[in-house]
Ligand binder design. Structure first.
Ligand SMILES: Nc1ncnc2c1ncn2[C@@H]1O[C@H](COP(=O)(O)OP(=O)(O)OP(=O)(O)O)[C@@H](O)[C@H]1O
Length: 294
């Protein structure tokens, strides 16, 4: 169990990246959503004990993980946003090197690496130097390294960046399997990454937690406020000025918009089932600033 209590992070230049962040993480996936610069990576680095918080406490199984980070580090898998590799090593060598650094015996490392390369679909490329890998392949090596020591706590920062749609689905399924008996903290600004896997969602804006709840709880917040309407292209700016528009689609009959509005935005608008994307936009607004929900 990982607990963040009133965590703050102020960088040397005086920038407040995280403020008053209190979160309790149990088993399951906590999806951390927020626009660029919201402070997600800073918070992830604190949870991974890479950065120390400027204020507040981080507890792991009830013990201070800032003063004594080792127990958390032993239980942790971490995929940072910027994940560096040695380009001259191949995937097998690179993972072996990291496994040794994590204290795995050569024998269990061999078995584990074979298994993980299979999981991330890199068995065929395992003996090719990482320098020749695509961004998506490197991401998959990153995912594999985060799972090397079979971590109880998994912290993954924008794990699906650079993955193609098929790899994304594969990764989502992998996370669902892993989360059954583990704590997973996953940050992203792509709602569909966590829509089907997160048991809880936290939304961060400007370093602060602005929403937290299960997908069902969050969906309830926008229930009855999501509409679809088809209008002429020249009317689009007017609707945008009045409402948060979560989707735009050009059709033969005009532009189909999905909008958030407290009442019917126009008499031919029809109510539609809300999605998490609508919730996210309602919270952060289309400009990235927090909006108020009733
Ligand atoms: N090492 C650092 N020194 C100074 N400022 C930093 C540092 N790291 C992050 N920041 C600043 O802190 C704020 C939060 O950044 P952070 O990377 O945590 O956000 P983020 O939500 O992960 O965004 P992104 O998705 O773009 O990475 C930003 O204003 C950023 O410029």
């Amino acid at each position: 169990m990982l607990e963040l209590i009133d965590i703050g992070k102020v960088y040397r230049d005086g920038r407040h990246a995280v403020s008053g962040m209190t979160l309790r993480l149990g088993p399951g996936v906590l999806g951390l959503l927020g626009p660029n610069g919201a402070g997600k990576s800073s918070l992830m680095r604190i949870c991974a004990t890479v950065t120390r918080p400027s204020s507040g406490s981080l507890l792991f199984d009830g013990a201070d993980a800032v003063a004594e980070p080792e127990p958390l580090r032993r239980a942790l898998g971490y995929l940072p946003q910027d994940f560096g590799v040695h380009p001259q090593l191949n995937a097998w060598e690179f993972l072996s090197y990291l496994a040794a650094a994590k204290g795995l015996s050569a024998r269990s490392a061999r078995a584990r690496i074979g298994e993980l390369l299979e999981t991330v679909n890199l068995t065929g490329a395992a003996r090719r130097p990482l320098g020749g890998y695509s961004g998506g392949m490197l991401r998959r090596v990153g995912i594999a390294q985060s799972l090397l020591a079979d971590p109880r706590v998994l912290v993954v920062d924008e794990p699906t960046a650079g993955l193609d749609p098929e790899e994304r689905v594969r990764f989502r399924n992998l996370l669902s399997d892993l989360a059954a008996d583990r704590t997973v903290l996953l940050s992203t600004h792509i709602v569909s990454d966590i829509e089907s896997v997160a048991s809880e969602i936290a939304v961060m804006v400007g370093g602060r937690l602005v929403r937290r709840g299960s997908p069902t709880e969050l969906l309830r917040e926008v229930s009855g406020r999501v509409w679809e309407l088809t209008i002429a292209p020249e009317q689009v700016p007017m609707v945008r000025a009045r409402h948060v528009v979560s989707r735009t689609l050009r059709t033969d009959t005009g532009v189909r918009l999905r909008v958030l509005a407290d009442g019917t935005p126009s008499f031919d608008a029809r109510p539609v089932e809300p999605g998490l994307e609508d919730v996210y936009l309602a919270v952060v607004g289309s400009t990235g600033t927090p909006g108020e929900l009733p």
